[in-house]
Ligand binder design. Structure first.
Ligand code: PMP
Length: 443
């Protein structure tokens, strides 16, 4: 109804899926067209016009060359890189884009073995195993680790790949309140007869699953407290570092390094290569016994084509840059830059009066919109002013907790960040999402 949002008056409908009995949100325009498939909305076609992915050309809006504030390009490796790119090209020439084979049958190149060793060394675990996709790493590994008779205790805001893996495992699944170790302990006590740790365990195995940085919250896991509870009740810990590995910690080793946790205290470390390393695929790092077990029984390892060799080479090279093994200090500079960029952007948004979720040092910055009807206005107005943002709503978030999620990169320049802030501020005023208005001093 608001006059300054003319043309954006969307209609939100809550629709119940007949089969799953879940409520879905559909946002449509005044002609009844779903906004999600409107040509200039979420299924936009993008082209890159800068070397890194920080500038994109949105083709369907034709004129819009945008600053990209939505990709997970945390260290700026989604770019032609002086160290990575020549090596990736070489690997493409040598191995081609695909092995066209599974790991156990012709798809196991020297690169795959090298990356597994490198990942294990990088995250501080004895061994690692690769998968072609981060999503599949969770959804296929969890059922290979725990099944009927086992118990999974999952953070309430864990990623959909974890939720699907847990559901598909056949184990009993319980959820604890988001990032609340005290509630985790309550749930564990309830599940262990008489609340007696180490006795009367009805479960074959208990696995507690958390994320390093929560992808929709930008929040760091309370990992030391979670580990303390897991140790007390002899539960395994499973840590998804999709958004934290490479992005935080003095040498990029993720939340363990940032929070002073010994990696030996986390039983299963999962991560993806799609964010900090500018590639694709995922890994599990754990003890040799667990990794051997997965290599022998996990269908996603046995039956799926192995990771694309150039994608593997990209990760090898990116990790070497991060570790300074390329002979430069570019990795250390990138890590310092992402921290500086993230903390600058977060504090400027807060000063403007936005409600920004998450912790310092986290490059993931959700700006709360709350009302899902504000999504199209916010994202399209930003796009019109040449800033591309990602907006998220139900079912990825609770129904009335819609948000825009900014992802900051080490390769954003200060000018990029200032431009982004100016546009977000203007659009924030237009859409009415500065929930903490700043009192200006009277002059
Ligand atoms: N885990 C988390 C926490 C994620 O946010 C994502 C996707 N962003 C995944 C797993 C899946 O990873 P990928 O996109 O690399 O398949």
């Amino acid at each position: 109804k608001s006059s300054n949002l003319k043309g954006y008056a969307p209609i939100c409908l809550g629709l119940e899926d007949f089969y799953t009995r879940r409520l879905y949100l559909r946002i449509q325009d005044c002609f009844g067209r779903p906004i999600a498939s409107a040509p200039d909305a979420w299924f936009d076609v993008v082209e890159r016009y800068s070397n890194d992915s920080n500038k994109t050309l949105h083709r369907t809006t034709k004129t819009s060359k945008c600053l990209n504030l939505g990709s997970y390009n945390y260290l700026g490796f989604a770019a032609a890189d002086e160290y990575c790119t020549p090596r990736v090209i070489e690997s493409l020439k040598k191995y081609s884009a695909s092995t066209c084979s599974v790991r156990v049958d012709g798809g196991n190149t020297k690169l795959h073995v090298e990356l597994e060793e490198l990942v294990a060394r990088f995250v501080g675990k004895p061994a690692a195993i690769l998968f072609g996709m981060g999503y599949v790493t969770n959804s296929a590994i969890i059922p290979a680790l725990v099944g009927k008779g086992g118990l999974i205790i999952s953070d309430s805001l864990n990623h959909n790949s974890i939720v699907n893996g847990a559901r598909g495992s056949g184990a009993t699944v319980r959820v604890f309140q988001h990032n609340n170790p005290a509630h985790l302990e309550e749930v564990l006590r309830e599940q262990i007869a008489g609340g007696q740790p180490r006795t009367h365990r009805p479960w074959k195995k208990i696995i507690v699953i958390v994320e390093g940085i929560y992808s929709m919250e930008g929040e760091l896991c309370k990992l030391p407290e979670v580990i303390a509870v897991c140790k007390k009740y002899k539960a395994y810990t499973y840590l998804d570092e999709a958004h934290s590995i490479g992005a935080v910690g003095k040498t990029g080793r993720g939340v363990c390094e940032l929070l002073g946790v010994d990696p030996a205290d986390v039983d299963i470390m999962m991560g993806t290569f799609t964010k900090s390393f500018g590639s694709c695929g995922g890994y599990i790092a754990a003890s040799k016994e667990i990794i051997d077990h997965l290599k022998h029984i996990c269908p996603a390892h046995i039956y799926a084509t192995s990771m694309s060799p150039p994608a593997v080479q990209q990760v090898i090279s990116a990790i070497k840059v991060i570790l300074g093994e390329d002979g430069s200090n570019r990795g250390a500079k990138k890590l310092a830059q992402i921290r500086e960029n993230s903390n600058f952007f977060r504090s400027e948004l807060q000063k403007m009066g936005f409600e920004v979720l998450g912790d310092n040092d986290s490059p993931v910055m959700p700006i709360m919109l709350y009302n899902p009807a504000k999504i199209p206005a916010f994202s399209r107005e930003c796009l019109r002013q040449h800033v591309a943002v990602v907006t998220v709503a139900f079912p990825a978030t609770p129904l009335l907790l819609a948000r825009a999620r900014i992802c900051i990169s080490a390769s954003h320049s200060r000018e990029d960040l200032i431009k982004g802030l100016e546009v977000i501020s203007k659009v924030g005023d237009l859409v009415g999402i500065k929930y903490f208005p700043v009192e200006h001093e009277k002059t």
